[in-house]
Structures are given as C-alpha cells and as structure tokens.
Design a protein around this ligand. Structure first.
Ligand code: NAD
Length: 486
C-alpha cells in the first residue's frame, strides 16, 4: 500500500485498535492505497475524554496565544502545499491543480481563524452610572466536525481552525472514503504547537457519526455531506440537545439569458460543471434557458468536450457512484431527453489509467423530453438543460427546487441580474459566475435542504456557532442615584 494504514488520533498520538478495517482506494487507478478503521462508540469516548482533559488549558489561553499556533500551522501548510495536494489528488482523484487550489483555500480559511483576536472581541458599555455590561465569547467545550469525501482538506478547514481559535477542543470524523489527508492535519497541528488532546480524529462511518450525535459531552456538531445524512445528523444531534449545523447536497440552477456573454458564460459553465468531475456542492447543475440561448449551448458543448478524462477531468469517486451516474444518463435518454454531449462515450487521455473510475462530461437537454427533469442531486459531471419563457418563470422554477445552495444569473442586464439575485431561493448567488463560493471573510452556506441549522459554516457566523456569549454586569461602588438596576 502506498500509504500507512490510517489510525485514529487521540490525545496527540496515532493509536492502534482492533476495529474492522476497510480499503481506501484511489479513484485514479482503482488500487488500494490504505485502509481505515470503522471505529465504534468507545473510540469516540476515548477522544472525548482526551479533549475534555485538554479543554481547561486550551480554553484558558488567550485568544491571541491560540492564534499564534494557528499562524504557525498556516505556515506549515504553506511549506507543504505540494505534498498535501498530492495526497488529496491520490485519495480523492481530483487533478493536481484542483488539489493545490483546495490546499490554498485551507490556508485562507486558517488565515481567517488567525484573525479571531481581531474579530471576536466582545463589547463593553457603561449602561448606567457606575454600572458596566460586557459581553465576551466563551468556548463551548468539546465539539465535533463530520466531513464528506469531496474536499478532504478544505471542508475540515471550514470548521477546525475556527472551532480551535474560539477555544474549543475538536473531534474530526473525516470521510472514510478519503481519510488520509486528515492525518496530516493532526501531524501539522502538533508541529505547530497545539497541545495534545485539543484536536482528535476518530475514523469510521455511520457508527462514529451516531456516537458523536449521542455522546453527552459533545456540545456542538457540524456536518457537511448529502441531504439525507444531513437530516439524520441534524435530527439526532438536536434531539440530544446539541447545537448542530448540517450542510447538505445541492442542485444549482443557472438562469441564462440570450444577452449573456457567449465566451465567458460557456467557458465558466463548462469549468463549473466539469471541475472535480462535478463532485462539488457548488457545481453548475441545471441551466434554465430563458428564450433562445442556443449559441451559448452550442459553445458550451464545445467547451465541455475539452474536459477529456485524465489530465483535465478527474475520475468519479467510486465505481458505484459512476454506475449511478450512468444509470441517470440512461434513464434520461429513455425519457426522451437529448444527449448533447455523452460522457459514456468519452475515452480518456494518456493520463487516464484504464482502471480509474472515469466518466466524460454529459449535457442532457430535457426541453423536449416526455417527463420533467428529476429534482434529485446528481453529483457528477452531468449538466441538464430546461427552459423558461420568462425570467419570472425561471425564478419560480429555481424556487421549486428542494435545494438552495447556489443559483446564478448569466446576463449583461444589471436590472435582471439584480432581480434574480433578490428573488432566487439560494444562499449563494452568482452573477456571471458558475461557482459563486464566497471568499473569506464572507461566509459559506446554502438555504432550504442544502443546510439545516442557523448561521453559516465559515466567516463570522461560524465564530458564533463555535462559542457562546457571556454577559457580565458589574458595579464597584454604592450609587447616589438608585434605579431598578442598582
Ligand atoms: P455523505 O453524506 O455520504 O457522507 C458525509 C459524511 O457522513 C461522511 O463522513 C460519512 O461517513 C457520513 N455518513 C454517511 N452515511 C451516513 C449515515 N447513514 N449515517 C451517519 N453518517 C453517515 O456525503 P459524501 O458522499 O461523502 O459527500 C458528497 C455529498 O456532500 C454531496 O451530496 C454534496 O453535495 C455534499 N456536500 C455539500 C457541501 C455543502 O457545502 N453544502 C459541501 C461538500 C459536499
């Protein structure tokens, strides 16, 4: 195996266990590169005990001293971008360019956490003569973060640096499909000077997630993954009286008008739908064509066909996922949808290993199909086209989607773009942008069944999620004038 077996990381040590192990295979080659344990409640309990023990010291440090460790950690990531990106590339399959961009984004997220002493400063006011009210951010205690396969480095960095910076001790449950990158987080945080027990990793699947939701000493749970699992986690964690933020799946609509810039729109949409083989919750999923946008669709087909599996287009995460995507395409064809680009027929370039789980980009045109496009998430390099007679109709179609992660407008008309931005039911809006991910310090989070819970997963609202406010009212001298507060 290319990588050592993945172990849980508890109290600053990688620990062995007797749990069942499953293979971690690389989608690039289909070969086993490591194994990962399917941990159980007892492993979560050990991690919680270590985290609880570490909490008084970590939470007792000033936020400035905690951020010094995060600065060092950010520096260590910077020194290791290539080796981190190589692991992401090998365990997730995304291209080296995409993996490098992911690691750089993790650095940006860590930079935000480094600025916590500048942002989370509390407030103070003399509310009546000699009486002062002050608020300060207090950590929650032991908290947990559960992540998906598609961003094995970035998604844990949405949560872990902010949670640590706010003074919490963290348990990370990486995706069992891509768990190797997280082990490097543990090593690098330790190298940066993070005290043992402050950051822990428990690997596994459903049992670990359920243990996290049930453990009485875990105060808050963040989750990123598919909507059905986000619902399970949100229900289970909140029924156990925990704070929970659970981000789910997506089907992102792009409202495209005939006046949209032909070159820019076509290349942007192609990059959005094909990047990471469409396995991004912000990927372009559906075009709502308003009027005649055929020139843009024609150009999009040309641009999309450049994403030949191999160098430019990564594989799908697993043979099962690829099979599901092919089933979806077959089903659409049976229902009379037209395949403008057919990913089943692509062969890869010289960099596509024949045993890799590759699938070419596909464009499905539902405009003359017998049935409507299904509203479920597809999560692959499949882009679908439907139509609307007016912008108003396009907005109402977008609003009917159960999801609400992102929506975009492609037009040169500022008034129409503004109307779409104001009325679309999605948390993140793009105007002439196919992947409208807000950069730090702006926060990331969708609406509807793309997110359960209050606030967003990054930015300032993340700092609120990972903390609680303490309000202190004080008076040091007897007052001449008395009122109800005296
Ligand atoms: P997933 O839902 O299968 O898994 C996510 C996590 O949940 C993993 O750690 C997994 O071990 C755990 N899990 C899986 N099944 C479970 C169950 N039945 N009970 C408890 N835990 C379970 O998601 P995935 O396939 O790893 O990732 C892809 C999904 O994540 C897509 O739906 C994508 O849209 C979504 N995603 C969303 C965002 C966002 O910001 N909204 C970001 C990235 C990915």
């Amino acid at each position: 195996m290319k990588y050592q077996e993945v172990k849980n990381y508890i109290n600053g040590q990688f620990v062995s266990d007797n749990n069942t192990r499953i293979d971690v295979d690389s989608p690039l080659t289909g070969t086993v590169i490591s194994t990962v344990p399917l941990s159980i409640y007892a492993d979560v309990d050990s991690a919680v005990k270590a985290a609880k023990k570490a909490f008084p010291v970590w939470s007792g440090m000033t936020s400035k001293s905690r951020s010094q460790i995060l600065y060092k950690y950010r520096q260590i990531i910077e020194e290791n971008v290539e080796s981190l990106a190589t692991i992401v590339h090998e365990e997730n399959g995304k291209t080296m360019a995409e993996a490098t961009a992911e690691v750089l984004k993790s650095m940006e997220l860590t930079e935000f956490a480094c600025s916590i002493p500048q942002i989370a400063v509390g407030e103070v006011l003399e509310v009546s003569m000699g009486v002062e009210c002050r608020t300060e951010y207090a950590p929650l205690g032991v908290v947990a973060s559960i992540s998906p396969f598609n961003f094995p480095h970035m998604v844990p960095h949405w949560t872990v640096p902010n949670a640590l910076g706010m003074g919490n001790c963290v348990i990370l449950k990486p995706s069992e499909i891509a768990p190797i990158t997280a082990t490097k987080m543990a090593e690098m945080l330790k190298q940066a000077g993070l005290p043992d027990g402050v950051f822990n990793i428990v690997n596994g699947a459903k049992d670990v997630v359920e243990a996290i939701c049930d453990h009485p000493d875990i105060k808050a749970v963040s989750f990123v993954g598919s909507t059905p699992v986000a619902q399970i986690v949100y229900r289970r964690a909140t029924s156990n009286l925990k704070r929970c933020l659970a981000l789910g799946g997506a089907k992102n609509h792009l409202i495209v008008l005939p006046d949209a810039n032909l070159e820019l729109s076509a290349s942007d949409i192609a990059a959005s739908m094909c990047g990471s083989a469409g396995q991004r919750c912000m990927a372009a999923s559906v075009m709502i064509a308003v009027g005649n946008v055929n020139p843009i669709i024609d150009k999009l087909c040309v641009e999309t066909s450049k994403f030949i599996p191999g160098t430019k287009m990564p594989p799908i995460i697993s043979p099962k996922s690829r099979e599901n995507l092919i089933d979806y395409i077959n089903e659409a064809e049976k229902k009379g949808a037209k395949l403008l680009v057919d990913g089943r027929k692509f062969s890869g370039d010289e960099n596509a290993n024949p045993n890799g789980y590759y699938l070419g980009p596909t464009i499905i045109d539902w405009r003359n199909a017998e049935t409507k496009m299904p509203d479920r998430e597809v999560f692959g390099p499949i882009f679908e086209i439907i139509s609307a007679k007016s912008v108003e109709e396009a907005i109402s179609i977008q609003k009917e989607s159960p999801f609400g992660n992102a929506a975009s407008a492609f037009t040169q008309n500022g008034g129409i773009a503004k109307m779409i931005a104001q009325n679309a039911s999605a948390g993140m809006i793009g105007i002439n942008i196919g992947v409208p991910v807000p950069r730090e310090p702006f926060s990331f989070g969708g609406w509807n069944s793309s997110k359960y819970g209050v606030g967003d997963i990054t930015g300032k609202s993340s700092l609120e999620f990972w903390s609680q406010l303490k309000k202190v009212t004080s008076k040091w001298a007897k007052q001449e004038i008395t009122d109800w507060m005296s």
